[in-house]
Ligand binder design. Sequence first.
Ligand code: GLN
Length: 249
Amino acid sequence: MKIVVGHLYPDYLNIYADRGNIAVLARRASWRGHELEVRTVSVGAPVEPGEHDLLYVGGGQDREQALVAEDLVAKADGVRAAVDSGAALLAVCGGYQLMGRSYRDFHGGDLPGIGVFPLETVAGETRMIGDMLLECELEPGVARTLAGFENHAGRTKLDPGAEPLGRVVAGFGNDGESGFEGCRVGRAVGTYLHGPLLPRNPWFADWVLAQALAHRLGEPPVFEPLADDLEQQAHTVSASRARSRGGRR
Ligand code: GLN
C-alpha cells in the first residue's frame, strides 16, 4: 500500500536532522511491503483535503519558526481537516509548538499557532537540554518507554484534561514542572523529542506508521515484529544516559 506523507517545511524546520525520522518510516514501511511517498509542503503550498495519510513537521529555532508561522496559519484549515478526517500527525519541538495555539518567543514576540493541540508555549530564561526518558501508554494497559533528546526554551502548558504523549521519567518534558511530555489528540502526536527519535524507539515508529495506514484502512494494522536488535541497543544506551542524569528535573 502507498502511504503519502506531507512533510511540512523540511527546508526550514529540520534541526538535529529531524528528517531522519522519515527515513526510518520509509524503511520500516518497505520491510512490511508498503511504500512511503514523501511530498514536500512548504511555504505557499496548500495542504489538500484527503491527500496525506501522515503530516510530519520537524523542529527549528525561533527564527525559522517566525519564518513559517504565518504560512502555517494559512494552511490551518487544511491541516485541521486532515487530522479531523483521521490522518496521522507527528510534530517535533518547534513544529509541535506551532501546532499548539501560540508561542511567545525568547524576545517576547508572539507567534500564532493553529491549535491542533490544546496548549500554549512561552519561552523561559533557560534552555531545557539533555537526554530524556518518558513512559507512554498509547494503548490502554500497554506501557512503553520513549528515549530521546530535548533542547528548548519554550515551556508548554497543556490545557486541563489534555492528553500528554507520556510522563517524564528523566528530563524536563513540556515545562520542567508538570511531569508531562508532548501531547496527543487521537492520531496526532507532538513531542519535544528530536531526531533521531524514531531510530531508537522502533515501537513508536511502528505506532506512527500504523496510524498513517489507519487513515486508509480504518483501523491500525498489527505488524509482524522486526528484528530490532540494533534499535533496541540504541534505545537502551539512550535510556540509560537519561537515567544517569537523575530523576525528573
Ligand atoms: N525555538 C523553540 C524553543 O527553543 C524550539 C527549539 C527547537 O525546535 N529545538 O523552545
